[in-house]
Design a protein around this ligand. Structure first.
Ligand SMILES: O=C(O)CCC(=O)C(=O)O
Length: 281
């Protein structure tokens, strides 16, 4: 794994957090979507932030479209250690992440699982910060990025050792064979009236058996290929070591319908990008 990826992530954070400091940005603990879509608490303040040109310039220069901040009245730790996530277009807008995403080894993995015409639909840098990195609750990725038939895969790359202590992934073996539990889906909210959230859930929340989880510790540079319907999660990071990762999702667009209800849709600025050339030789 190229160490620049990690360094680059930290430099994003330093710049963003300096910006936050300068502008006394504060919201309640929650998710902050920078690209105009917002969930979580602190919505009003985020609107102000989005209209702020300096911040927009910073965002467009450094490519993050989503930044999750753990900020609540008082920060527990420094701002640069409070950020949780940057996404979802690193693979399009940033040369380092682009290079990594379209690396020949990634293409070989996609070919090995018979993806005919895979496209990359999103990418994220996830920080699991020492002491405060939160859990990611049990889920199936196809709940969020639904394709019919299921042709979605996550590529998850450890930029640091991911261990049980600092929040590695956990899986329920065999859980990818039963479809989407409870028909759970996150979709664009059909109710567009004022004050309604942009996205909403339908279906039931499944309670998974605590005894079925298997940890998947991975060394720095290791890659985990995640089936779109496998149930997985990660725990809080209570250790003093960070657990940073880069992840992106691909789906095979050959004979597949990507749901128009999915929260993420391709745009001119950030289209879904083919992983490899499929034109005949
Ligand atoms: O990295 C994590 O902690 C969770 C990532 C995850 O669940 C995902 O990318 O689907």
């Amino acid at each position: 794994m190229n160490p620049t990826v990690l360094t680059l992530g930290h430099s994003y954070i330093r710049r963003l957090s300096n910006y936050c400091k300068m502008n006394r940005m504060s919201t309640n603990f929650g998710i902050t979507y920078i690209n105009g879509i917002m969930y979580g608490k602190g919505g009003t303040k985020l609107c102000n932030m989005i209209q702020d040109h300096v911040f927009q310039r910073l965002i467009s220069k450094f490519s993050p479209t989503i930044v999750v901040l753990q900020i609540g009245g008082k920060l527990k730790v420094e701002k640069q250690l409070s950020l949780n996530k940057i996404g979802h277009a690193l693979h399009v807008l940033n040369p380092v992440f682009k290079k990594l995403t379209f690396d020949e080894r990634i293409k070989a993995i996609a070919k090995s699982i018979s993806l005919v015409d895979p496209v990359v639909c999103q990418s994220m840098y996830i920080f699991k910060q020492p002491g405060i990195g939160g859990e990611v609750i049990p889920h199936q990725d196809a709940t969020f990025l639904h394709t019919d038939p299921m042709k979605l895969f996550g590529i998850w790359i450890a930029l640091e050792d991911a261990k049980e202590e600092n929040g590695c992934l956990y899986f329920i073996p065999g859980s990818h064979k039963s479809g989407i539990y409870g028909n759970r889906r996150m979709i664009r909210n059909p109710d567009k009236s004022e004050g309604q959230p942009t996205c909403t859930f339908r279906g039931e929340v499944e309670k998974f058996d605590d005894n079925k989880w298997v940890p998947a510790p991975v060394k720095k540079g290791g890659l985990v290929l995640i089936h779109g319907e496998v149930v997985h999660k990660s725990e809080k990071n209570t250790s003093d070591q960070s657990r940073n990762i880069y992840t992106f999702h691909v789906f095979d667009q050959k004979n597949t319908k990507y749901s128009e209800e999915n929260w993420l849709q391709p745009s001119e600025a950030v289209p879904f990008t083919p992983l490899y050339d499929t034109s005949p030789e």
